[in-house]
Write a protein that binds this ligand. Structure first.
Ligand SMILES: *[C@@H]1O[C@H](CO)[C@@H](O)[C@H](O)[C@H]1NC(C)=O
Ligand SMILES: *[C@@H]1O[C@H](CO)[C@@H](O)[C@H](O)[C@H]1NC(C)=O
Ligand SMILES: *[C@@H]1O[C@H](CO)[C@@H](O)[C@H](O)[C@H]1NC(C)=O
Length: 394
């Protein structure tokens, strides 16, 4: 009797608990997790149930200790519950060889796509492996089009936490149309020489926070290609190409980025630190940007504005450009690999206005050399105590 009573209590607790937090383990849907069997179908079935579940915090669980091979997949909402979890405890791997990739639709933008999911929480502990090496090779030999590893599209209030992602074929993660997202403690890794393997690309999103993450990639650690009000802090970037606004205005297009606050970031042996790049012939603006409390170690171009990223139609005759204004660089410390630590190349169409450089101390990695700055069409002010001095500002 006592045993039965206890059992009943345990059973009721179990039911209550599982209703509060229904867990959909991909193993229950027939995933093998042996690293080479295609587990896409099991993930699709599990996702269908997660997305249909109405109560609690439905959670798709990728259990630890196993590797699940997935073909390119789309996890799509809208889902029934206002909060959906995707817990990656194990490893999710892309097909190892190029000929193993199977595309189901014409959409080849990313290996794993999440779209139209509100209140989506992706938590790591495990990792994703994009198996990028054969793609890099294919790109270098034949200019192959490569997918990103993971894309989020129209995911309002996304939370992406503690996710590790290695070796993406192209850019690692993109957020597009994801207002109010929080990205924290992620770790992106690809070799320095892997071509254009950007870390995190953000576009069309506002009120985004990115913090406390490590990005060791072959291109920009973070790139912001449209949107506003983003706070980025506690990022360790390197190898990589730094944190970039743009490139904007490619092919004469409109681009707009404002209210970006990059704080407390460390750049180690990156090609750039704080970079803004726009194409000639585009239109729009980059404004109200602050880069502050930045540590630099052997960075090639710690502060770089390039309004001539590439000429539109190579004519230069098009009298349009993306306006750059109200940009502040404050509290920069560390070393620059090249002499030209501060390079502000603004065009003669709209130029750059109200650039502020304050409390900058960037010395050369080579103790025998001095750093210097260069500008064209750059307007603003620079503290007299900055190293290097930026007397070329108008
Ligand atoms: C996202 O924010 C931008 C700017 O605040 C706004 O224009 C846009 O409508 C928002 N998108 C959604 C889906 O709410
Ligand atoms: C970013 O930080 C500023 C203050 O530094 C704050 O006013 C703003 O709300 C923050 N934005 C986000 C999206 O956290
Ligand atoms: C700066 O970032 C580091 C690394 O994430 C973090 O440990 C530290 O608390 C941050 N400091 C401030 C003042 O935010």
């Amino acid at each position: 009797m006592i045993m039965q009573g206890l059992f009943a209590i345990f059973f009721l607790c179990f039911v209550a608990f599982s209703q509060a937090k229904p867990i959909f383990n991909v193993l229950k849907y027939g995933a093998s997790g042996d690293g080479h069997t295609d587990d896409s179908h099991a993930f699709e079935k599990a996702w269908r149930d997660v997305c249909k579940a109405k109560k609690g915090n439905p959670t798709l669980l990728v259990p630890k200790g196993r590797t699940f091979m997935l073909q390119p997949m789309v996890f799509q909402g809208p889902c029934k519950s206002s909060s959906i979890n995707f817990k990656i405890r194990g490893i999710i791997s892309a097909p190892k060889e190029l000929k193993g990739w199977r595309w189901r639709s014409s959409e080849r933008g990313a290996w794993i796509q999440f779209m139209y999911i509100d209140g989506f929480v992706v938590k790591g502990g495990g990792a994703l492996n994009g198996q990028g090496a054969p793609w890099w090779d294919c790109f270098q030999k034949f200019r192959c089009q490569r997918p990103r590893a993971v894309s989020f599209h129209a995911c309002e209030h996304l939370k992406l936490r503690r996710v590790k992602l290695v070796n993406s074929p192209g850019g690692h993660i993109s957020l597009n149309g994801c207002n109010g997202s929080i990205v924290s403690n992620i770790h992106l890794v690809a070799p320095d020489e892997s071509p254009n393997t950007d870390g995190l690309g953000i576009s069309g999103s506002s009120h985004v926070k990115v913090r406390n993450s490590i990005m060791e990639v072959g291109d920009d650690c973070i790139t912001i290609n449209g949107g506003s009000n983003m706070n980025i802090s506690g990022i360790f970037c390197g190898p990589g190409h730094g944190i970039s606004i743009g490139s904007l205005g490619k092919g004469g297009t409109y681009g707009a980025v404002e209210e970006i606050h990059v704080r407390n970031c460390t750049f180690t042996r990156t090609s750039n630190g704080a970079r803004i790049k726009t194409w000639e012939g585009g239109f729009g603006y980059v404004r109200k940007i602050i880069f502050e409390d930045i540590i630099l170690k052997d960075v090639q171009y710690p502060v770089l504005i390039n309004q001539y990223y590439t000429a539109f139609a190579a004519t230069g005759g098009n009298k349009k450009a993306i306006k750059i204004s109200d940009i502040t660089y404050r509290n920069f410390r560390g070393t620059s690999y090249f002499e030209e630590a501060i390079k502000l190349m603004c065009d003669n169409v709209v130029g750059c206005t109200n650039l502020v450089l304050d409390n900058i101390k960037i010395t050369s990695s080579n103790p025998k050399m001095k750093t210097r700055s260069s500008c064209s069409n750059a307007h603003g002010k620079s503290s007299a105590s900055n190293i290097p001095q930026v007397s070329c500002l108008k």
